[in-house]
Design a protein around this ligand. Structure first.
Ligand code: IVH
Length: 675
């Protein structure tokens, strides 16, 4: 095949494949079998492989993925991506409609029409098309800047790589200009269930699964997960304000985008309410999750006149549906032991179908909750699923309590290791104190260490951890790094390949950032945000481990309870031994190394800060000192060299004066830093 022959055939193949793609995904009317489709794609890939310089950005081969992104570039949105004001209340909806009507009348802009749409529960993205070609796709980010995730978005079959040709005059104008489409990327309930069944670690709901997928750095992996896109916004300089929102949605369809069919233009509050009550009833019939409806003023002219507040447009509102409920029977209560020993009661329920899934268990949080609900075994209970997919027991239907309902016996010993339970004063939770040997706690700690937000060891889920523990191959997370392939392959469920995959995943975890390690250690009260704060203040595990209680308490956003918990953690022999193993294994234990600056006037000196600084936060000032080899301390003593005073300096100033410590203003401090 010559290059020019290839060029001709590629063009034909691309058009044909995209036509079938559109018929299959957008119209849901396939024209050929999957087999025939795959053949066409294979042929395309083969020719492109032979003539790599003929690959185009809109080739269907781009949907297969392949690009690996280390870090997504940040891009500026042309127009701010705002969110919507929310309401659950029919009264507030009425107020919204009345306000819009009143404001428009006051400006002599006539009566509004409203576009009623479903509120897709996924992830908002912005797509930019230039001359019909999809050139950039980004997340919302903070509204003005988002992540450029174009390669990932290209894998989504319902996102056109090139907008469809059209004879419509407005569509043609768009095809010759730049336009921006916004919409929601989501996963259907079925695809979500399939994904969760395949992966070791479950996502809580389709929205989380979508967000997690879009963040993947390997677009080939994204292509394997089934994501979909629906458009709900179109903007372009090529369109006049006379082209209303509903008409724009039709244009998007014309250009090959999928737009929800369940939209309606309403002229009155009554019509809006009819739309809402219809979808509140029918939401479970939809193949995807919605969390409400969006009501938008249809005319763009009117939208512009109404304007926006800082966060949200004043021409639209999201009406959220209230939580869905179901009744079922409480069959029993089991007690789980968490990784820090917390005992959590779990309701075992007669399976009931609620909002798209069958529920047979639900957490009861703590013993007080059982008392609060006055729960007995045999009771009929009301289960509720709100926006998030985690269901909870909200009340007992007391009229339906059977005569033989039995009170729930609260355990006094750990269900896993039989240690007597304890309850710290001022806490609602009961705990198993056998931190070192309780099997449930050991298991929980390892699973937490491997979890997605911590060290993210893929393939290490419940079943495998159980097996490794049972075979005594591990006793804590540190032992994971000493696992040997020859031992693994002997185990049930393991083959050569799966053993190697696990070892690779464990190896990869060695280079996670410091904050993930801090989180993964499972220090009580230290969530991801706190771990991040600690990693910012302490550049290594060693520094964190040797931090004084005082230093910890002085860290921004860290209260006394967390400080004490961190302090105790690093003085517990169990954890010392774990850290030793992690260190020996070569697990990364330092944060981003920050620059060091030579400054002999600061090196070796101890600084204390008091009062509010103007040019720095306290943390930043301390960082600057540390960069130059100085030390920041929180209290004034004989060892203090400098006290830096901001406005409203407190008692430290008095003390410093009495000890003869040198006092610096913020400006003097700045001069010293730069000297
Ligand atoms: S319009 C300025 N329409 O809801 C208005 N948003 O809470 C932009 N969403 O960030 C949004 N379905 O992710 C609009 N039919 C729909 C929607 C929708 C879902 C999401 C979107 C937005 C969020 C606001």
């Amino acid at each position: 095949m010559t290059k020019s022959q290839a060029e001709i055939e590629l063009k034909k193949l691309r058009e044909e494949i995209e036509r079938h793609n559109y018929a299959y995904y957008v119209l849901a009317e396939p024209m050929i079998s999957d087999y025939e489709f795959d053949k066409l794609l294979e042929r395309l890939l083969a020719i492109e492989k032979a003539f790599p310089d003929l690959v185009t950005p809109d080739s269907p081969s781009q949907r297969v993925g392949g690009a690996i992104t280390k870090e997504f570039p940040t891009v500026q949105h042309k127009e701010r991506m705002m969110s919507l004001s929310n309401t659950y209340s029919p009264d507030e909806l009425r107020e919204f409609v009345e306000r819009v009507q009143k404001d428009l009348r006051a400006e002599g802009l006539g009566e509004p029409e409203f576009s009623c749409e479903l509120k897709f529960d996924g992830v908002a993205v912005s797509l930019v098309y230039r001359n019909g070609l999809f050139v950039q796709g980004a997340t919302r980010g903070d509204g003005s800047m988002g992540d450029d995730i174009t390669p990932n978005l290209k894998t989504i079959p319902t996102i056109p790589l090139r907008a469809k040709e059209s004879s419509n005059a407005l569509a043609r104008a768009l095809l010759n200009a730049e336009f921006e489409v916004r919409g929601e990327v989501f996963m259907t309930k079925t695809d979500f269930a399939v994904l969760n069944a395949q992966s070791e670690k479950a996502f809580a709901n389709p929205r989380n699964a979508t967000a997690g997928t879009l963040k993947l750095q390997d677009s080939r992996e994204v292509a394997k997960r089934k994501l979909a896109f629906t458009a709900y916004f179109l903007s372009s300089d090529a369109l006049s304000d006379d082209v209303a929102h509903a008409e724009r949605m039709n244009l998007l369809e014309e250009l090959g985008f999928r737009v929800s069919q369940h939209r309606r233009v309403a002229k009155s509050l009554a019509e809006i309410e009819a739309f809402l009550s219809e979808w509140e009833k029918r939401r479970d019939d939809l193949p995807f999750e919605i969390d409400g409806a969006v009501i938008k003023v249809n005319s763009i002219r009117q939208q512009k006149a109404l304007g926006a507040t800082l966060k949200a447009p004043r021409w639209a509102i999201a009406y959220k549906f209230s939580a869905r409920q179901a009744e079922t029977k409480l069959l029993g209560v089991t007690f789980q032991v968490g990784r820090v020993g917390t005992i959590t009661p779990v309701a075992e329920l007669e399976p009931v179908f609620l909002a798209g899934s069958t529920i047979s268990r639900s957490t009861l949080h703590n013993f007080d909750e059982i008392a609060r609900l006055d729960l007995r075994i045999g009771d009929v209970v009301v289960l509720e699923k709100s926006g998030d997919v985690i269901p909870k027991v909200v009340r007992v239907v007391s009229e339906k309590r059977p005569a033989d309902a039995t009170p729930i016996e609260l355990p006094t010993r750990c269900p896993s290791c039989d240690s007597p339970l304890v309850k710290p004063e001022n806490e609602v939770n009961w705990y198993c104190p056998n931190e070192a040997r309780c099997p449930a706690q050991i298991r929980g700690r390892i699973l937490h260490y491997a979890s997605r937000d911590a060290m993210d060891i893929e393939n290490l889920g419940d079943a495998i951890v159980d097996q490794l523990l049972k075979e005594r191959l591990i006793a804590d997370a540190g032992d994971l790094y000493a696992l040997e392939k020859s031992r693994l392959v002997d185990l049930e469920r393991f083959g050569e390949k799966s053993a190697q995959n696990l070892l690779n995943a464990i190896e990869a975890s060695k280079s996670r950032p410091l904050e993930r390690l801090i989180f993964g250690l499972g220090i009580r009260h230290v969530g991801l945000a706190t771990a991040r704060t600690l990693a910012r203040k302490f550049p290594s595990i060693e520094r964190l481990a040797s931090a004084t209680l005082d230093e910890l308490e002085q860290t921004e956003d860290i209260g006394d309870i967390i400080a004490k918990s961190v302090y105790d953690f690093f003085r517990n022999p169990l954890n010392i031994s774990l850290l030793e193993k992690l260190k020996t294994a070569g697990v990364n234990m330092t944060g981003e190394t920050f620059e060091t600056i030579q400054n002999p006037r600061i090196a070796g000196k101890t600084f204390v800060f008091t009062g509010a600084l103007e040019k720095f936060t306290r943390e930043e000032a301390e960082r600057e000192v540390e960069k130059r080899g100085g030390k920041a301390s929180s209290s004034v003593s004989k060892k203090t060299d400098y006290l830096v005073t901001g406005s409203k300096a407190g008692s430290k100033l008095e003390k410093a004066k009495s000890l003869g410590v040198k006092i610096l203003s913020e400006d003097e401090f700045l001069a010293l830093l730069n000297s």
